[in-house]
Ligand binder design. Sequence first.
Ligand code: DX5
Ligand code: ZN
Length: 221
Amino acid sequence: MQNRPLLISPSILAADFAKLGEEVRAIEAGGADWVHIDVMDGHFVPNISFGFPVMQSLRPHTKLPFDVHLMVAPVDPYLAQFAAAGADIITVHAEAGPHLHRSLQAIRALGKKAGVSLNPGTPVSVLENVIDQLDLILIMTVNPGFGGQSFIPSMLEKIRQARALIGGRAIDLEVDGGVSEKNAGEIHRAGANVLVAGSAIFRGVHAQQIRAIRSAAMITV
Ligand code: DX5
Ligand code: ZN
C-alpha cells in the first residue's frame, strides 16, 4: 500500500487549445492537484504537441504544480528551458537516451522534482540503479503519443512491481493512459497514487469528472 496522497493530474493534451487558460482555471477550480503537460517532439513519439511558449503563457493562470511529461529525445539539452518555463516536476523517458542517471541529476540540480517514465514494453528493473535519484515514477499504460487510447490491462502488474520497488521511499507513482472512473479503483489499489487523465476529464464537465475519478479511486473493495 502506498503512503502518498491520491492526486489527480489532468492532461491538457485533451483540452481545447483555443482556450487553454480557461481550461486550466477550470481544472484548478474543479479540484485538480497538478496539471499534466505532455510535450511531444515528433521523433521520440509519432506526434507533436506543444512546448515552452505554451507553458510560459499558462504559468500565470494557475498555482497548481506543472507535471511535465517529456516525450523528447534527446532531452538533456532542453531541461533548463523547461525549468525556466515553469515546470515543477520534470519527467523524462528511460528509453529517450543512454544517460538516464545524468538527466535525473540535471533535473535535481535545477531544483525540480525528477521523474522517469516507462513505456509499456520497458521493465521496472531499469529503475533499480536510479531509484534514489527519483521523485516520481510514471508508468505508461498506453503507448505514448496520443490521447484517447485504451488502458493496457497487463500494466496493473507492472504498477504493483513499481510500488514494491519504491518500498518506503518518498516517491510518487503516477499512471498515464486510458485512465477513467472505470479503472481508477484498480489502478489505485495496485499502488499508484497519481492518476493522469486527459479525455476522461476534458470531454465532460471537468469538475464532475475529476470528482468521479477521485471517488472511484478511493473505493475500497
Ligand atoms: C499520451 C500522454 C497522456 C495522454 C493521456 O502519450 O502521455 O498523458 O494525454 O490521455 P488519455 O487520458 O486520453 O489516455
Ligand atoms: Zn502524459
